[in-house]
Every structure is written in C-alpha cells, then in structure tokens.
Design a protein around this ligand. Structure first.
Ligand SMILES: N[C@@H](CCC(=O)N[C@@H](CS)C(=O)NCC(=O)O)C(=O)O
Length: 155
C-alpha cells in the first residue's frame, strides 16, 4: 500500500469525497487527463495525488517501475499504463459505458489507442513538444529538423 498523503476529489473535481480509488499523476500530463476524463464522465469518486515533486523517487518507482504516470490505486490494487487503467475503470464503473457496442467498434477503439501510444504520442509529445520547449526552434537547426521529421512521421 502506498503511504502518500492524498487530496480528495470526485470526477467533477470540486467535491471532497473519501474514496478507495486514487489517481497518481501530475496536472500537465495528457495520459493523466485521459484517466481523469474517464473518471469524470463516469462520475466516479476518486482522490488525486500530485506526484510531480516526487517523480523518480523510490516511492514513485515502487508504484511505477518505468518512472511514468498515471498510476491508479484501488484499495490494495495498483495499476499503471493508461489503457489498462481505463479498461479497468470501464469494468469497475460500467455505466455510462465508454466503449462501442459492436466488436468492430471496439476493435477500432483498440486500434486508435495503440496508434496513439505507439506513433502519435512519441512523435508529437516527446519529439515535437520537448524539442520546441528546449530550443524554441530558433537557435538550433538540429532541433528544427527533429520537429520536421516528427511531424512527417505523425502524419
Ligand atoms: N505508456 C504509458 C505512458 C505514460 C507517460 O508517458 N506519461 C508521461 C506523462 S504524459 C510521463 O509520465 N512522463 C514522465 C517523464 O517522461 O519523465 C501510459 O500509457 O500510461
């Protein structure tokens, strides 16, 4: 069990609610936003813990060996990887359902989840986003080339 102190929220983000679901992340993370969107849509009470100051600490790595967020804790059960988390939430809070009701629809959904994880996110966030932040795309030609290549790959 994790011993981090927690800040309580519900999916709506306003009320103070005790819950055995805790989401660990940091506020600017797009993957954390995905989990928050699902919790919010399902009106599921949860506790948010801002892990930003503790990223990379032994406590964080005990929850996520790959040094990332989000992490979901439900009672004693700890889970990482956004797609696994949202699939778990779909079972835990089945209504309203957030997945299509046909095999083809669900297959397409999984195709998009995989494409975002494998292709869009690495190029658009890591290569373009991080390169822009570090260089501003003015001072370093190599950086501009990385951004141009990443945009082409993401297309
Ligand atoms: N495959 C992971 C990716 C999660 C991920 O990359 N999260 C980013 C935030 S959006 C992160 O933890 N970054 C920390 C870092 O790169 O140091 C998932 O699906 O949950």
């Amino acid at each position: 069990m994790c011993s981090f102190p927690r800040e309580s929220r519900t999916g709506g983000g306003m009320e103070q609610t005790m819950s055995d679901v805790t989401l660990f992340g940091f506020p600017h993370s797009s993957f954390v936003h995905i989990v928050q969107l699902v919790l919010t849509h399902k009106e599921a009470p949860y506790t948010f813990y801002d892990l930003e100051p503790d990223m990379g600490s032994p406590k964080h790595l005990a929850l996520h060996p790959f040094d990332r967020v989000p992490i979901l804790q439900h009672g004693d059960f700890v889970l990482y990887e956004t797609s696994a988390i949202v699939a778990y939430l779909e079972e835990l809070f089945p209504t309203p359902s957030l997945q299509p009701d046909t095999p083809q629809g669900r297959a397409r959904m999984h195709q998009w989840i995989s494409a975002v994880n494998s292709y869009y996110y690495p190029y658009m966030i890591y290569h373009v986003g991080h390169e822009r932040k570090s260089s501003g795309c003015r001072s370093w030609k190599g950086s501009c080339r990385t951004i141009r290549d990443s945009c082409s790959a993401a297309r």
